[in-house]
Structures are given as structure tokens and as C-alpha cells.
Design a binder for this molecule. Structure first.
Ligand SMILES: Cc1cc2nc3c(=O)[nH]c(=O)nc-3n(C[C@H](O)[C@H](O)[C@H](O)COP(=O)(O)OP(=O)(O)OC[C@H]3O[C@@H](n4cnc5c(N)ncnc54)[C@H](O)[C@@H]3O)c2cc1C
Length: 383
């Protein structure tokens, strides 16, 4: 046997698991030439590690599945663990923890910790099978054997950073169901009626987006392909085709400006370029607010509930995460072990658990790894 436990993938959840387990207990197999490629590019290069506002409500997925891991390894436990490793993340945007200078600070900690394990780089896992309680892991170079196997291969987002469908294929091979996957935390493309957004590319404005009974607040960034920005990325988590409703004036009261003599473009608290583009679109003149007729007012007020159906998303190449994944009703919520196959564990993004923007996806990757490590240590798989 090569090692007692093989971890497929060398990303966030794999590195946390390898760090938490005793030395020489696991073999990490990673297709990239380096570990943790997504950590390095995350959070604009500073990695948004976690968030002070934590709870199952920030996740798309079964709350009963997510809760035990978030409780066992909360954001506070994660921060304490990082502090013990010498990392003291910085609180930014009120609730989000980032590395102070670069995501490399976090990755360096993991690489140092992971050195106590066996690391195999530049080998792509192609398939897995099991005979007589032994897992056979076939890679692009050879076949490895183990008594336990952890699928930590992430989702389909950012194929250029190593993403592949192997996790879903392995899960299906062992009898798991895959909840339909889709790109998430991603921008929306627009239909003809909203093509005027493209001309506003680069302009950002605060909005509130209603989608599938959720409300996503924050900045909307107009883009060449449609729209992006934090509020849009969060909205993409809940969007399943169909209409969304955007309030372009989230903290504004029409009542408060009744009778105002100001020009519309001076009155509305949004970038003038955006106001002007909407005025053209709504076939309204930029004139004093108090001169608008009833029907003109009605048209203008649609800015508070602008409803339309996006054409689609920017796709996996631009999506920060993949929603959907391995059905969590078939995985134990305390240990992360498959209920279908003994000795098979699934962690992080490959599972049908997806967090909002703000550090929730790393928190999930780390918390699910913690649950798995606790169980494995108890079982002494590694000895
Ligand atoms: C641009 C970007 C920015 C992000 N920013 C943030 C952020 O700031 N905060 C946050 O919480 N989340 C962020 N995320 C999401 C976060 O990176 C992921 O949710 C998280 O990394 C998932 O961890 P994981 O261990 O499940 O998978 P990953 O970290 O994706 O690791 C999976 C690993 O498996 C490897 N692999 C895949 N297939 C194979 C195979 N066949 N053989 C061998 N190895 C394989 C991959 O190369 C990869 O290294 C961001 C994602 C992207 C793309």
C-alpha cells in the first residue's frame, strides 16, 4: 500500500486536512505543478479567508449538513488556528478577513504544514476503483493504493487553475447522485433589451437585487459582457434562469424628493452616466423632477424595481465557484464520509454546498476538512 489515505486534489480543503493529520499519513495527488492555485488568486490576490458573520444562511445547500462542521470549526476556531501558525489576518469591509499583504502568506503556512505528508505534483487523477477494501487511484503516471480516499478536487470553475470533473465522476462511480452543477459567484450576460449596459462598462453603482426570495446588496459593476460586481455575484448563487429585480436606488426615498425642482440626473444618487443611459432607455428627458407627468414618474420609478431576465452567466471560466455537486444527503454530516462507500470522504466544493461571496467558501473547505480530520484521527486510519 502506498499510503493509508490518498487525497485527490491539493487545494484549500486538502491542505487543511493534510495540516491537521499526523505526519506521513496522507498522500496528496495534485494535477498542477504547485499546490493551492486558487488560494493564490483568491480575494483579488489577498484571499478572503473567512467572515465574522457566519451561519448556514450564507450557504446554498442543506443547512443541517453544513451546521455541524461550521460549529466544530467556526470562523473563530479558524482564526485561532491561523494565529498559532503565525498568520494574523486583517479585518476589511467590516466583516471579511483577508491576508494582510498577499494570499501567499496563507499558502506558505499550508505548504510548510503539508511538507510532513507525501506530495505528488503534476499527476492528474484519471479514475478510481476499489477491490477487497483497497482503493486504486489511477493517475496520468501510475496507480496508487490506499485504504481510505478523500475527494478534495473542487468544482468546475476556473479550469485554467486545474479544475476538473473528476470528483463528480468518482462520486458517481461509487453510487452518489450529483445535484445539477452550474457556475456561481459569476457575472450575468444580458439580452438585447439590456445591451445598453455594455456601454456603461467599468461603471459601478450600489444596488439591491431580488432573486428567488433572496436579497443581494452591494455594488453592481457594468461590464463588456453584461454585469458583474459583488451584488451580482451573490445573486448568481440563487439564480435559476428567469427574472431578477434590481433596485438601482436602494437607500433612496421617492417620497423624500416629491416636488423637487432638481434635474433628474442631479437628483438621483447614482452615477450620472448610469442615470442618463436609463433616461434614454426609458425614453425620458432629463428635466426638473417636479415637471414629470404621472406616466413619466411611473416610468422613472421602475429604477427602484427594474425587472428583467439575464441571458445567462459568464460561465465556468469566470465563475469563482460551482454550485450543485455531490448530494449531501448521501454524506455523513459529522465525518464527511460517504454513506455509499466505506473509507471514501468528500470535502469542500465538490459537495453540494456553496457559500456567498465573503470568505464563506474557504470557511466551508476548511471546516469540512476539520470534521474529516477529527474522524480520521479518531479512527487511526493513518496508523
Ligand atoms: C478567482 C477566484 C477567487 C476566489 N476567491 C475566494 C475568496 O476570496 N474567498 C473564498 O472563500 N473563496 C474564494 N474562491 C473560492 C475558493 O477558491 C474555493 O471554493 C475553494 O478553493 C474550494 O476548495 P476545494 O479544496 O474544495 O477545491 P480547490 O481549492 O479548487 O482544490 C481542488 C484541487 O484539485 C485539483 N484537481 C482537480 N482535478 C484533479 C485531478 N483530476 N487530479 C489531480 N488533481 C486535481 C485542482 O488542481 C485543485 O488544486 C475563489 C475562487 C476563484 C476561482
Amino acid at each position: 500500500m502506498d499510503n493509508q489515505i490518498i487525497i485527490i486534489g491539493g487545494g484549500a480543503s486538502a491542505l487543511m486536512l493534510a495540516s491537521l493529520l499526523p505526519k506521513q499519513t496522507v498522500t496528496i495527488i495534485e494535477s498542477n505543478a504547485k499546490l493551492g492555485a486558487k488560494i493564490l488568486v483568491s480575494g483579488g490576490g489577498k484571499c478572503n479567508i473567512t467572515n465574522t458573520e457566519m451561519g448556514t444562511e450564507y450557504y446554498l445547500g442543506d443547512a443541517d449538513f453544513v451546521a455541524p462542521s461550521l460549529k466544530a470549526f467556526s470562523e473563530k476556531s479558524l482564526l485561532k488556528w491561523l494565529e498559532r501558525q503565525g498568520l494574523n489576518p486583517e479585518l476589511r469591509k467590516e466583516t471579511q478577513y483577508f491576508c494582510r499583504d498577499s494570499a501567499k502568506e496563507l499558502l506558505d503556512i499550508f505548504i510548510k504544514e503539508a511538507k510532513k505528508q507525501k506530495i505528488v505534483l503534476n499527476e492528474e487523477v484519471l479514475s478510481v476503483s476499489k477491490r477487497d477494501d483497497i482503493f486504486y487511484v489511477k493517475t496520468s503516471k501510475k496507480t496508487y493504493t490506499s485504504s481510505a480516499m478523500v475527494v478534495a478536487s473542487g468544482g468546475l470553475s476556473f479550469p485554467k487553475l486545474g479544475a476538473s470533473s473528476i470528483g463528480y465522476e468518482i462520486a458517481e462511480y461509487f453510487g452518489h447522485n450529483i445535484v445539477k452543477t452550474a457556475p456561481a459567484l459569476v457575472g450575468f450576460t444580458v439580452q438585447k433589451e439590456q445591451f445598453f449596459f455594455k456601454a456603461l462598462s467599468g461603471v459601478s453603482t450600489d444596488v439591491s437585487i431580488k432573486v428567488a426570495e433572496q436579497e443581494c446588496k452591494g455594488a453592481l459593476l457594468f461590464a463588456h459582457k453584461g454585469m458583474s460586481g459583488p451584488a451580482v455575484l451573490d445573486a448568481s448563487l440563487y439564480w435559476e434562469k428567469g427574472r431578477i429585480e434590481i433596485d438601482f436606488l436602494p437607500d433612496f426615498s421617492w417620497k423624500g424628493v416629491q416636488g423637487s425642482k432638481k434635474q433628474i440626473s442631479s437628483l438621483l444618487p447614482m452615477p450620472k452616466r448610469v442615470t442618463k443611459a436609463f433616461l434614454i432607455e426609458l425614453e425620458l428627458e432629463d428635466k426638473p423632477y417636479n415637471t414629470l407627468t404621472k406616466s413619466e414618474l411611473e416610468k422613472l420609478h421602475t429604477l427602484s424595481h427594474y425587472s428583467f431576465a439575464p441571458a445567462g452567466t459568464f460561465g465556468y471560466s469566470k465563475a469563482e465557484v460551482t454550485k450543485g455537486g455531490v448530494d449531501t444527503s448521501e454524506v455523513d454530516n459529522i465525518t464527511m464520509m460517504s454513506k455509499e462507500e466505506k473509507g471514501l470522504y468528500l470535502l469542500g466544493e465538490v459537495l453540494d454546498v456553496t457559500g456567498r461571496l465573503g470568505g464563506y467558501n474557504f470557511q466551508w473547505a476548511f471546516a469540512s476538512a476539520y470534521s474529516c480530520a477529527k474522524h480520521i484521527k479518531g479512527k487511526n486510519h493513518g496508523k
